[in-house]
Design a protein around this ligand. Structure first.
Ligand SMILES: [Zn+2]
Length: 163
């Protein structure tokens, strides 16, 4: 049985099961969550969210890239999102590496958005969201750091400031 066979079989089980399927596309919590593609993260479960409540965007590192901004413009302007959360995590493969090292290992001459320091990276990403003109309808953004071992998140950066 190939991997594709297993996937199609998994879909048959999904269709047969009586799994609730949300009817509406706009996220009910008016929330978008950006996080890393790491297999150890279950983004909805980590934050107590359910299907249909949030947009979930994932990439290597959970970084605010050009394509993340493209998706968030749709989230905010078309689908009503007003809160954006960026969640990076401990033991991330993008941490403690550099563009130079990744370019050498992969042969790809692109920007990988490596993470030298999570606090700085999350603050930079929040700043990038806040300063992005097309996202001016956003009411709040936050940068969280997930401890991959305990599952606990820590608030590292937020906008607006205060409590
Ligand atoms: Zn990661």
């Amino acid at each position: 049985m190939t991997e594709l066979d297993r996937l199609l079989e998994g879909n048959q089980r999904y269709v047969s099961a009586d799994t609730p399927r949300p009817k509406d596309a706009p996220p009910r919590r008016r929330l978008a969550l950006l996080t890393c593609m790491d297999t150890r993260i279950d983004p909805l479960a980590v934050l107590g969210l359910g299907l249909g409540e949030a947009h979930v965007l994932r990439n290597a590192g959970g970084r605010v890239t050009g394509d993340v901004l493209r998706s968030l413009v749709v989230s905010v302007h078309v689908l009503g999102v007003r809160t954006i959360v960026v969640m990076q995590h401990t033991q991330c493969g993008l941490a403690r590496t550099t563009d130079e090292e990744l370019r050498r290992r992969t042969g790809a001459d692109i920007d990988f958005y490596p993470i030298g320091d999570h606090i700085k990276a999350l603050q930079d990403d929040i700043d990038r969201l806040v300063s992005s003109g097309p996202l001016h309808f956003v009411h709040a953004t936050a940068g969280l750091l997930l401890d991959i071992e305990t599952g606990a998140v820590r608030l590292v950066a937020k906008w607006p400031g205060g409590h």
